[in-house]
Design a protein around this ligand. Structure first.
Ligand code: C2O
Ligand code: CU
Length: 461
């Protein structure tokens, strides 16, 4: 399989430049330092890029623990801006959730904050800044948080693959600093022009024929929905957003990975020795190599049979018949046809709403987190929420603190997730048991959307 290398920017010399080597090293110790760093993000022929990263890299250090273990990190803030850290997908105590302005005050420059929590579920998670996240995540403040199953899986090795798209000015090699630009915010969010895996352009890894890999894919981009295909790899989806599927699902089609979504794959390398297998990315009718696997040797094994399911994480069973039913209408944005919305309880024209920096509304209100919560629930209550995307764009909704089931069209409990990708004009029902007390955000993970009206919260008493 010979996929084109991604054409970045304009200079062929740059496209042909040597690929930077994999240099990411996890920093030991319990400090997680948010700071400014100059890194060689672009190919060597370009200058260095100033990023905001954890421990001077992006992605930041991988945090890896056993299921049930305690995670302790002191966030130190050496940024020129206040920050906080959210542990995405972890069923965490509310005070540790890291949402500036809701579960904690943002940590000012020069100050620190102690995070201390238990990771109850095995799976692929991540951490990222949660103050002005449309800026701070775009600047590089994120990393992988991996919670290992009690028993190792029957695979030869695993790879954590974090995808991002950066918006970079090729002249200066610097990140475009127009965060929250109104065109991005009112359309599909901030999309980048330079796509990386683990901070590396055109990542290539070695592989052996018939090798079995566990791939942990994480989409850390602000808004891009990655459309992925496997080439030269036979694969099964074994977990979504950290949570194991009841049965592994053979990958036969495009995998869509919205912002913040994760998918765990088990793949067998079926490309021949001398060939290259790929995770391919489809972008406007073109196919690029997102990650290349260069098959250098035959290995020893033969191809294995289908993988067994991952062990399930403990989770309460939702009773749909006794669940409180809620509705969340997503409205607004460009071409959304919304003419008015409320702000602070008063009806405003869309122009007035836009003048106050809001482009989107939930159930007719554009207040975002300044408004009342979507629901106040009692602890242990069963809930189902119909989310109707009445906008002209897809959105990826994320609930903090608890995983939910996606409900299938036939009304069955589908996979457990912490995000759900909803196409424009589509509807999705989710259901969960509200067993984690606190104030939990429910927002679009297209981060400029979240900052401009697509945020609400659920209060569990
Ligand atoms: Cu991944 Cu509210 O965040
Ligand atoms: Cu959105």
């Amino acid at each position: 399989m010979n996929l084109s290398r991604r054409g970045f920017l304009v200079s062929t010399a740059a496209v042909l430049a040597a690929r930077p080597a994999l240099t990411q090293v996890a920093t030991p110790g319990l400090i997680l330092n948010a700071g400014v760093a100059d890194v060689q993000l672009l190919p060597e022929t370009y200058g260095k890029t100033t990023i905001w990263g954890f421990d001077a890299t992006s992605p930041g250090p991988e945090i890896r623990v056993r299921q049930g273990a305690r995670v302790q990190r002191t966030l130190t803030n050496n940024l020129p801006q206040a920050t906080s850290t959210h542990w995405h997908g972890i069923r965490i105590s509310n005070a540790m959730d890291g949402v500036a302005g809701l579960t904690q005050t943002a940590v000012p420059p020069g100050a620190s904050f102690e995070y201390d929590f238990v990771a109850p579920d095995a799976g692929t998670y991540w951490y990222h800044a949660h103050n002005r996240s449309f800026e701070q995540v775009a600047r590089g403040l994120y990393g992988a948080l991996i919670v290992e199953e009690p028993e190792p899986l029957d695979v030869d090795r695993e790879e954590v693959l974090i995808f991002d798209d950066w918006r970079i000015d090729p002249e200066t090699a610097q990140i475009d600093s127009e965060f929250g630009a109104s065109h991005d915010t009112s359309h599909g969010g901030r999309l980048g022009n330079y796509i990386t895996t683990n901070g590396i352009y055109n990542l290539a890894l070695d592989a052996r024929r018939n090798e079995r890999l566990r791939l942990r894919l994480i989409n850390a981009s602000n808004a891009r929905i990655f459309a992925l295909r496997l080439e030269g790899l036979d694969g099964w989806t074994v977990a979504l957003d950290g949570m194991p599927l009841v049965a592994p699902q053979k990958v036969t089609d495009t995998i869509f990975l919205g912002s913040a979504q994760r998918v765990d794959l088990i793949v067998d390398v079926v490309a021949d020795v001398g060939e290259t297998a790929h995770i391919a990315q489809l972008d406007r009718d073109e196919t690029f190599s997102q990650v290349a696997f260069e098959v250098r040797s035959g290995g020893t094994g033969t191809k294995r049979g289908a993988p067994v399911p991952l062990p399930p994480n403990p989770h309460p069973v939702v009773d749909l018949n006794n669940a409180r039913a809620l509705t969340l209408r997503m409205e607004g944005g460009a071409m959304g046809g919304l003419s008015s919305a409320t702000l602070g309880g008063e009806s405003k024209t869309m122009r007035e709403v836009v003048d106050s920096g809001r482009y989107w509304a939930f159930n007719g209100a554009a207040d975002g987190l300044d408004g009342p919560p979507l629901a106040k629930l009692t602890r242990g209550e069963h809930v189902r929420i119909t989310i109707a995307n009445e906008t002209a764009f897809p959105h990826v909704m994320h609930l903090h603190g608890m995983h939910f089931h996606e409900i299938s069209e036939t009304g069955r409990l589908g996979p457990l997730r912490d995000t759900t990708l909803i196409d424009r004009g589509a509807e999705r029902e989710i259901a969960f048991v509200a067993n984690n007390p606190g104030q939990w955000l429910l927002h679009c993970h297209m981060l400029s959307h979240a900052a401009s009206g697509m945020s609400t919260r659920i209060v569990v008493a």
